[in-house]
Design a protein around this ligand. Structure first.
Ligand SMILES: [Ca+2]
Ligand SMILES: [Ca+2]
Length: 306
């Protein structure tokens, strides 16, 4: 109805000379020809619309009939058969063969490349659970599946090697061959100075955005908690306090990315204290939660770097 009405409007406009569609020279053409041309240009971009009007068959039902027939002709080539249309609706997210569900927040590798917990395109992980951005446009962050005492963390280079060994052993294609550094400070180097500056997005192994760029790690807030390991597994955070938690992450690093004095003797001892972060936090507690005894077994954050 609105289509027919807008056509009438266009015809009126064209006839009154206020509207001159492309290809129509004002004045010289009769109102009838200009109406037909207007229809061809302004109507649905098919020759079918033009031909049906030019034949002059049933002018009132013509446009509506054309639209309906157009709808069928456009869907037919795509689906070709009725059963195919019913098996591919947008709501189907379960892979019948593997039983994986796209949009449940768990990236089921290798069937899914990512899973950010929704079925929305354009946010880095598609509705079909495929990574959308080119690899070089983002970097990955993960929580180690393994835990270490203060002594076991080792020097900064050893901690980095632990990150990279885990990434290499992972079945996740997106982290396998990338270079990571532990988010860790000692008495000489601050964590933020170890991570190479990057203007792109940092995401979890599951594709969920964590930080807009490398400096966002020093602002005291993350877009999502870093609670997904190199295998894509999500580790639940069940603790209520930083001081008494049985799980956590060795960081030795303040909210602003600088070094804290508590670093388990440069990650060489199980005595003393090291600053620990909470992987269940999106505020500053993610890196600066509480100093803890170095004989605790905590994890590491691994951040992709050059
Ligand atoms: Ca999934
Ligand atoms: Ca998405």
């Amino acid at each position: 109805m609105s289509f027919a009405r807008s056509q009438v409007l266009i015809v009126v406009l064209a006839a009154s000379g206020c509207f001159s569609p492309a290809g129509v020279d004002g004045g010289a053409t009769s109102s009838e020809t200009s109406a037909a041309t207007t229809e061809a240009t302004a109507g649905p971009e098919t020759t079918e619309a033009g031909t049906s009007t030019s034949t002059g068959a049933a002018p009132t039902t013509g446009p509506t009939g054309t639209v309906t027939s157009m709808a069928t002709t456009t869907t037919e080539p795509v689906t070709s058969t009725e059963p195919l249309t019913t098996t591919t609706p947008d709501t189907t997210t379960t892979d019948e063969t593997t039983g994986t569900v796209c949009g449940d927040g768990t990236a089921d590798f290798p069937v899914e490349e990512c899973d950010d917990g929704n079925e929305v395109d354009g946010d880095g992980c598609s509705a079909g659970c495929e990574l959308e951005l080119p690899d070089k446009q983002k970097r990955f962050v993960f929580l180690t599946s393994a835990t270490y005492s203060g002594l076991e963390v080792g020097k900064l280079a050893e901690a980095d090697a632990r990150c990279n060994a885990l990434a290499k052993a992972s079945a996740v294609p997106t982290v396998k061959d990338r270079n990571f550094k532990a988010w860790l400070s000692d008495g000489r180097v601050a964590a933020i100075d170890r991570i190479s500056p990057f203007s792109g997005e940092f995401v979890l192994v599951t594709g969920v955005p964590v930080a807009n760029n490398s400096t966002a790690f020093t602002t005291g807030g993350l877009m999502a908690m870093i609670n997904v390991t190199e295998t894509g597994a999500q580790i639940p955070w069940l603790m209520r306090s930083c001081g008494g938690s049985s799980d956590g992450v060795w960081t030795g690093t303040h909210v602003d990315g600088t070094a804290d004095a508590a670093n388990c003797n440069n990650w060489q001892a199980d005595r003393g204290q090291g600053l620990m972060g909470a992987f269940g936090a999106v505020d500053g507690n993610w890196t600066q939660c509480s100093p803890r005894s170095c004989d605790n077994r905590f994890r590491l954050y691994c951040i992709e770097s050059e």
